[in-house]
Design a binder for this molecule. Structure first.
Ligand code: NCD
Ligand code: ZN
Ligand code: ZN
Length: 437
């Protein structure tokens, strides 16, 4: 039996008077002042801390199977727990690709063995991410891994007919299609945002239209199929406008933004450091501002990390040769505080919404992103909003070190993460399952 956990003197959503929160039987057992607990209870001091529902990441790359030299389900789960996550969705662009239940079931089972976070497998939309033939979505959805989201992320499902069919199937299966919106004919050789900076630096440009044309197209396909579509890593002001337009038409479309697109812009590319290479590319300040506003107003539904570990030899090379992608799980909360909470664009309720409630809703997880109420599942994160920390890549739990925030001092940190009543991370230490289940 998991021992009870008592969180003392904590403010729920950072609001109201501090209370005690007692956890047991995987649930919230009681909320109130001066609670009593069993003798072997684990106590977490919640003084000056904020209690939120555990974070849900709709977009994580864990590299298992295939590139275990950069991340494994084990190491990625540790990064997730330390970042305050209680559920993550592991993208399908592994090797082999997660286009069959053999792979998706493995990812789910391995995540449960580690026990630090629920690792939900994302299934590929097309076989081998090749964009030619639909994968067997139904088999993956009904397997042990119960795949709820499908994506060819890393690649766009660019064939409109195939995308249309995928959307049609997805609505009958009740699953989510997440699109990496990139018209590949517009990004041949592209490594940086197409604009004055790339022109000056002599880097091949990735136009905003490469993303926006697919967002517009998929909104129309979703409309006609009566299906819903989710847009991965929205990166431009135009995407925000298109989302607003599509919503106004009653189209079922949702979207995420990454922490790095909320903070960084293409002025970072001056150094030609491959650490800043990412898909979609870092855009201009005006895009960053539009993404922040879009997230604050709800036009963009949620934050997703696009945590993308890469080996040093694949990052520390010529800019155009560097693999695209950045670590994100352990720094996401701090970047959201820096870009959204500090400027007054979101309060803690808003953080709960964009990092937990909306992502759980979008993908249909009924045990995550729940209200902090008695009887609800004890999937929680305790946040210290007052501290600051300096990011040091090698200290992160990921095997790879490719954080773009190296040496930056960031606000706020996770004190503890709780998954079904069990503490998975506390003050930077993680506690994998030891019960051998
Ligand atoms: N974001 C990235 O730059 N890279 C991702 C793929 C992706 O999300 O498109 C990766 O798998 O490394
Ligand atoms: Zn992508
Ligand atoms: Zn991705």
């Amino acid at each position: 039996m998991t021992p009870q956990v008592l969180i003392r003197n904590v403010r729920l959503y950072g609001e109201g008077e501090p209370v005690d929160v007692l956890l047991g039987d995987e649930q919230i057992l009681a909320i109130g002042p001066g609670l009593e607990a069993e003798a072997d209870v684990e106590v977490l001091d919640g003084t000056d801390r904020v209690l939120l529902p555990g974070f849900v990441d709709l977009h994580t790359h864990l590299r298992e199977p295939g590139r275990e030299d950069t991340e494994t389900i084990d190491s990625g789960s540790a990064a997730a727990a330390r970042g305050g996550y209680t559920a993550v969705f592991a993208m399908a662009n592994t090797d082999p690709v997660a286009d069959s239940a053999v792979v998706t079931d493995h990812v789910w089972r391995r995540g449960q063995e580690v026990g630090l976070v629920d690792v939900h497998p994302v299934g590929a939309v097309t076989i081998g991410l090749a964009g030619k033939q639909l994968a067997e979505m139904g088999t993956m959805a009904s397997g042990v891994g119960q795949v709820k989201m499908f994506s060819d992320d890393g690649k766009c499902v660019d064939d409109p007919l195939l995308m249309r069919r995928a959307l049609e199937y997805s609505s009958s299966l009740g699953v989510l299609i997440a699109q990496h919106a990139e018209e590949p004919r517009l990004t041949v050789g592209a490594v940086a945002h197409e604009g004055p900076t790339a022109a000056r630096l002599g880097l091949a440009g990735w136009p905003r239209a490469a993303e926006e044309s697919i967002v517009a197209r998929d909104a129309l396909l979703a409309r006609d199929a009566g299906a819903r579509v989710h847009i991965c890593h929205a990166s431009t002001a135009g995407t925000v406008s298109l989302l607003e337009w599509a919503r106004a038409q009653g189209i079922s479309i949702s979207a995420e933004v990454t922490p790095h697109h909320l903070l960084l812009d293409d002025s970072r590319l001056e150094t030609y450091d491959g650490i800043n290479r990412v898909n979609p590319p870092l855009r201009e300040r005006s895009d960053v501002e539009a993404l922040r506003k879009g997230l604050a107003s709800g036009v963009i539904d949620c934050v997703a990390t696009d945590h993308a570990p890469h080996a040093e030899q694949d990052k520390c090379c010529e800019f155009s040769q560097a693999r695209p992608g950045m670590l994100g799980l352990e720094t996401a909360l701090s970047i959201v505080i820096e870009t959204m909470v500090r400027p007054g664009l979101l309060d803690w309720r808003g953080v709960a919404k964009v990092m937990s409630e909306r992502p759980a809703e979008i993908v249909g997880l009924d045990d995550q992103g729940r209200p902090l109420e008695v009887g609800e599942p004890a999937n929680l994160v305790l946040v210290d909003p007052h501290t600051e920390w300096t990011v040091h890549g090698p200290d992160l739990a990921s095997i790879a070190d490719n954080t773009p925030y190296q040496d930056m001092t960031l606000p706020g940190r996770v004190t503890a993460t709780v998954l079904r009543g069990r503490i998975t991370a506390r003050d930077g230490a993680v506690f994998p399952r030891t019960d051998g289940k």
